[in-house]
Design a binder for this molecule. Structure first.
Ligand SMILES: *Cc1c(COP(=O)(O)O)cnc(C)c1O
Length: 399
């Protein structure tokens, strides 16, 4: 079967309709197929040479000392908190406008989430001023999330953290190769975590990476990802020893070589993929520039970024109006999403006090428009026109 005939369904939910313009499409071709077949035929399909190569290539691309491949980003975040010995009673400052995994991971070690608001409707990353007010003598870490691949305002965040000796963990799931002041995201704090879930910039189905310049953290993460054992079976198979010790209670959080082979192909494609996204973003920006009832976040951002998603925020709006506009786009065959329903509003997080007016507004008024490297300029124009029509209709029906 030719690759183009295979229909790949992204995500957990099964789409009940075929969208004319999907939110995302995989940047896959025969190269990924060949890489997987080659790995299957090599007969080493668990953590092995492909994983080692993927780690080395990823570390080099980022300018990081260590990159450790893992089963997904959620476990990368878990190991980040775990290796910092964060415990019950400790506080971790985190965003609420993020995917649930960012916050769940700190709960795995029993820490208390302290939710920080975003800066504004045009900067959907953590507000350094609010962050400063949340620091207490229990604060052990700050986990930042680079929304859409646009960097958090890292200078003041690192400054606050540095003065109080607080560790900074970057959830860089959206930002492989994104830059902040010339540095790659994920290499600014102590630990950076990446996701290779299907709909991310690098897709391996499931997959993640932890990067750090700290030798001790890297060694501990390598051991913890494989039950706390001192060697991997691949290393034992190459060497003379069959012996290993178990140093501490670990996990099975490994990536396998089938996924690493996919990751290598995807990483090689990343730079051109991101260039295509940047020019599509540009097309969106000029198409949307005359609409004054929306905000396009990060409108004036100039540095090279991954453009993982293309968010807009409705001005002077409400959740009902937002959902009506999403429905109008859906009827035109355009798939949209929401990034994100705020974490502090979910049932299990309601016990934590949080006053986050901007996060709550964005959660109810943001719409993520389609963006993927193979999207065409005509498709962008169709989305822009459909949005203009939907907004005009909403304006008329409210006046
Ligand atoms: C996708 C994502 C994650 C989780 O990644 P997995 O690899 O699916 O575990 C965490 N944080 C953010 C911001 C994400 O977008």
């Amino acid at each position: 079967m030719a690759f183009s005939q295979i229909r790949i369904v992204i995500g957990i939910a099964t789409p009940d309709m075929e969208y004319k313009i999907p939110l995302f499409d995989l940047n896959y071709d025969e190269t990924e197929e060949r890489a997987v077949i080659e790995t299957l035929r090599s007969k080493w399909i668990s953590t092995g040479p492909k994983t080692t190569e993927f780690e080395a290539t990823f570390a080099k691309a980022l300018g990081a000392r260590h990159a450790i491949a893992l089963a997904n980003c959620t476990v990368a975040l878990h190991l980040a908190f775990h290796t910092l010995n964060i415990q019950p009673g400790d506080e971790v400052i985190c965003p609420s406008l993020t995917f649930i995994a960012t916050v769940n991971a700190l709960r795995y070690v029993g820490a208390t989430p302290v939710f920080c608001d975003v800066t504004s409707t045009s900067d959907l990353t953590m507000d350094p001023v609010h962050l400063q007010s949340l620091v207490s003598n229990k604060t052990r870490a700050i986990v930042v999330m680079h929304y859409g691949g646009f960097p958090c305002n890292m200078a003041p965040i690192m400054d606050v953290a540095g003065r109080k000796n607080i560790a900074v963990i970057e959830d860089a799931s959206h930002g492989p190769l994104s830059e902040y002041h010339g540095k790659k995201l994920g290499t600014i704090g102590l630990i950076g975590c990446f996701s290779f879930f299907s709909n991310k910039n690098i897709s391996t189905g499931e997959g993640g990476m932890l990067v750090t310049d700290d030798d001790a953290i890297a060694a501990r993460v390598r051991s913890l990802r494989s039950h706390g054992m001192t060697t991997l079976s691949y290393e034992r198979s190459k060497g003379h020893t069959t012996e290993y010790d178990v140093l501490e209670l670990g996990f099975n959080y490994r990536m396998d070589d089938i996924r690493a082979a996919l990751g290598l192909v995807q990483l090689a494609k990343l730079q051109p993929d991101l260039k295509a996204r940047a020019s599509l973003r540009h097309r969106y920006l000029s198409g949307l520039s005359e609409i004054d009832d929306i905000v396009v976040p990060f409108n004036y951002h100039e540095e090279f970024v991954s453009n993982y998603i293309f968010p807009i925020v409705l001005r002077d709006s409400n959740v009902h109006r937002r959902d009506t506009i999403r429905q109008a786009l859906k009827e035109r065959g355009i798939q949209t999403s929401v990034h994100y329903p705020p974490v502090h509003r979910f049932h299990i997080y309601r016990q934590y006090q949080a006053t986050l007016p901007t996060t709550e507004y964005v959660g109810e008024n943001e719409i993520t428009l389609p963006l993927f490297s193979r999207m065409t300029v005509d498709q962008v124009d169709l989305v822009v026109q459909a949005l203009k029509d939907a907004l005009a209709w909403a304006r008329r029906s409210s006046s």
